[in-house]
Ligand binder design. Sequence first.
Ligand code: ZN
Ligand code: ZN
Length: 371
Amino acid sequence: MADLRPLDFDRRLDRLRLALVANELDGLLVTNLTNVRYLTGFTGSAGIVAVTEADVVLTTDGRYRTQAGEQVDAAGIGGRVAIEIGGAEEQRTALLERLAGAARVGLEAEDVTWAQAVAWQERLGRDAVRSAGIVEALREVKDGGEIDRMRRAASIADDALAEVLPMLAAAATSTLEEQEFALALDSAMRRRGAESVAFETIVASGENSAKPHHHPSARRIENGDPVVVDFGATFEGYRSDMTRTFVVGGLPTGKLKEIFDLVATSQSAGVAAVQPGVTTGSVDAVCRDIIAAAGMAERFEHSTGHGVGLDIHEAPWVAAKATAILEPGAVVTVEPGVYVAGVGGVRIEDTLVVTDDGAEPLTRFTKEVVA
Ligand code: ZN
Ligand code: ZN
């Protein structure tokens, strides 16, 4: 398999400094752990980063003494990021020392609780700035190293589904529960190099397929059932996301066939609409208008898609009226669905990376319907 391009942490820190200037901040306290990882490479379950014009400091507790140093060094920014290890009070002191000269300090408003915000402001001795989405905005545009990892995650997921799909075909004549199939798919991803699943796998069969986020159950998958399979792999922190809907034992008929055809048409139009320079709202509209024109608007009740990266759901949001503009390097899903209680549901989802002149699907599994 091709080598993975490196992740450029130096560039991330440089871009963050520019973003602080653009947001008129002298410092930022990064408490969101995904953002901490994005900026420093540190993957522990507790840690805070303070960034100012002059300094970057990562604080965490003694459990991560060795790991923090190793990961920051592996990220190639050991010379730029100071690490302070200690209890909660020692960490706060270290962070506040770095922020002492910063007049305008941002707190990640979507991450800190009210109580934490009050406590930080008391210790700072001044108001903090409610900032939101600063690091998240940097994360929207992926570099080559990130795209390589997402491509690998998607190909692990593709290969795992190919491996276990015969189980679904065999369900026409044997016994298979939703949760058994989900477990087989998850373990196939792990065996193929996924460090974890990207999120809890959805396997929704028969009437359950009409529930967009069904939890895999002990329901037995029957001949003729539609089966929605929504899943992904995580590789070096980066996630993939794909949905395919199958029918066990033969092609869909009647109302179910109508739904399959409609969602397939909507999804492929949405995929074709993903281009640099367009708004995510326009991609949503392409998918939604096709479903609405078939009189099914109220059967498509979720957004068309979302960004993917270190988080399974992140900016940019591909939703009705969303104004985010797709830039080369953005990675988004296109996943329209139609759900009719008593008949069944169909969702088809791909993860795409926006390129200079279009988009490239990272998820490549066939859209053939018969399992
Ligand atoms: Zn999904
Ligand atoms: Zn998704």
